[in-house]
Design a protein around this ligand. Sequence first.
Ligand code: AMP
Length: 249
Amino acid sequence: MKALVAVKRVVDANVKVRVKPDNSGVDLTNVKMSINPFCEIAVEEAVRLKEKGTVSEIVVVSVGPKEAQEQIRSAMALGADRGILVETTDEIGALEVAKILKGVVEAEKPELILLGKQAIDDDSNQVGQMLGALLGAGQGTFASEVKVDGGKVQVTREVDGGLQTVELTLPAIITTDLRLNEPRYAALPNIMKARKKPLDTKSPADYGVTAGTKLKTVKVEAPAERKAGVQVKSVDELVEKLKNEAKVI
Ligand code: AMP
C-alpha cells in the first residue's frame, strides 16, 4: 500500500525564535529550518511500516517555498521514496494547505495519509482534521500506536487521562503524537541516495487552489521574561517570602 506523508518546513525546534521589532511575525533571517518534529515522526512511522512490508511506497509532500525541498530530501534520507513540492511563496492558511493535500491524495490515491498532529511554528493543529473532513475519510489524531491490518488501521490515541483506540477503514488519516516513535538519524549514504530520488514540483493552481489565507496575524509577541529565581536557605525563609513577598499564603 502507498503512504503519503505531509511534512512542513518550520524553524528548527532548538532555535530560540526572535520576534520582529514591528511585532508582525517571527524573524526568519539566517534561522535554521527543519522538518516539523511531528512530521518527522510521521515519516518514521511510514518507514517502519515499509520495513515491515505493510507499505510499499512512501510519498512525501510539502507546501511551501522552493527551500522546502531541503525538508523533502531529509524525509527521503530517512526512507521516503519520492517527493512532491507544492511551491508557493505566499502565506498559506491551514484550509488552503488541506485543500492542496486533498488534491494530492486524489492524484496519488494513498491508503495511509500521515501528518503531524501540529506544526510547531503556528501550533494550529488543524490540517489533518480539515483534510479528513474534505476527503470524508476517517481520522485517528494524536496517534501513539498504529496497527495496520488488511483494509483497516487501529490507532491508539493519546486523550486526556488515558488512551483511546479507534479502528478506521482505509484510506484514512493519521496524525502523529510525540510518543508514537523516536525518529532515526539519517545515515550519510542515505543522505547521498536521497539526492537522486524523484522530486516533482507543482503549484497550488495544479490542484485548483489559490494560495493565501483568510487569517490576518494582528500581532506576535514574545512570552514575558521570567524573573530569575532565588535559592532559600530554610523552610522558614521560604514561608516568610511566600507570605510577605509573593503574598500567596
Ligand atoms: P497544523 O494543522 O498547521 O498544526 O499542521 C498539522 C500537520 O499538517 C503538520 O504536522 C503537517 O503534517 C501538515 N502540514 C501543515 N502545513 C503543511 C505544509 N505547508 N506542507 C505540508 N504539510 C503541512
